[in-house]
Design a protein around this ligand. Sequence first.
Ligand code: ZN
Ligand code: ZN
Length: 365
Amino acid sequence: MRPKRRKKKLSEVEGRVKRLQKRLAAGGLAGLVVLHRPNVRYLTGFTGEGWLLVRARGQPRIITDPRYGMQAQEEAPQCALDVVSKGYLMGAAHRLSRTRSGPVGFEGDYISYTDHKRLQQNSKGCRLKAARRLVEELRWIKSEHEIQRIRAAVAVADQVYEDLAPRLRPGQTERDVAWEIEGMMRELGAEKAAFPTIVASGPRSALPHAIPTDRKFGRRDQVKLDFGAVVNGYHSDMTRMVFLGKPTKRQREVYGLCYEAQQAALEAARAGITAAELDAVARDVFRRAGCADAFGHGLGHGVGLEVHEAPALSARSQATLEPGMVVTIEPGLYFEGWGGVRIEDLVVIREDAAEVLTQASKVEL
Ligand code: ZN
Ligand code: ZN
């Protein structure tokens, strides 16, 4: 009897490379040049700068420079390594020029026109072909291990909100509060803020992506707080509204509509619904109220190693939601001169429902 060959258990990153290699083979590609840093990290664990060459079979190869050589060995011992001093592009071209076995893909979304031409010129004999979203579409389904990391990032932001929101007062400035939020996140263990914190008060809350200013909060202002933390490379993203005085009639109406739209989308979110359908669930609430024009952005986006990643939840999206996707649900209404409201939660798509990760309390008017 022949002894059974024991299969080595693959690590999480090795399993990802295997899945990518299956996609390469299915797409007729002999390999892929991975340029986007979060993609390199996802496939290898390497967090420094560099490119990655994944062939349809065999060990992936990191191409980096002397600043990151040791780090790459430490973080990604399973990979082959080229430490080059003439740039990643020339390092990759050197390896590619020996490839004769069919087209090699490159991440066309992340290379400049000039570099693409240089790569082609220097990869003699290798046929290069632009490939899109090969790694992104692996990344959009999260493992439970990744979801745990996202949960940790969500917990930091949740706690900051609960500590900070009751202390907001007229007279504070947007910039001071944004700085305080970012400091609190660091103290609670975040590596950094997931993106520049948004604190937008009064009429400035009409800017969906407002940059905090020295504006002082007024007595009956609404304050929009949109922020997130990074823990172990994974991001969180949440938006809450704080009303500094007794909410006015219009504040109640606008907030109430956003709340209703968000609840409707949270309840409809599950595996099998398309991103466009889910976007329409929230948009329809606004349409019935005659204010769909004031909702100028998509319903949400994927979150993981990047704060904005695939899939996009919008009317134009082609994606269908699948178990393990982690997305935001963030309807908003914005009225120039008056202000805006947005409520944003992070959810995991499950078979029959969405599991809401964000636990921060929400004003209920
Ligand atoms: Zn946000
Ligand atoms: Zn968001």
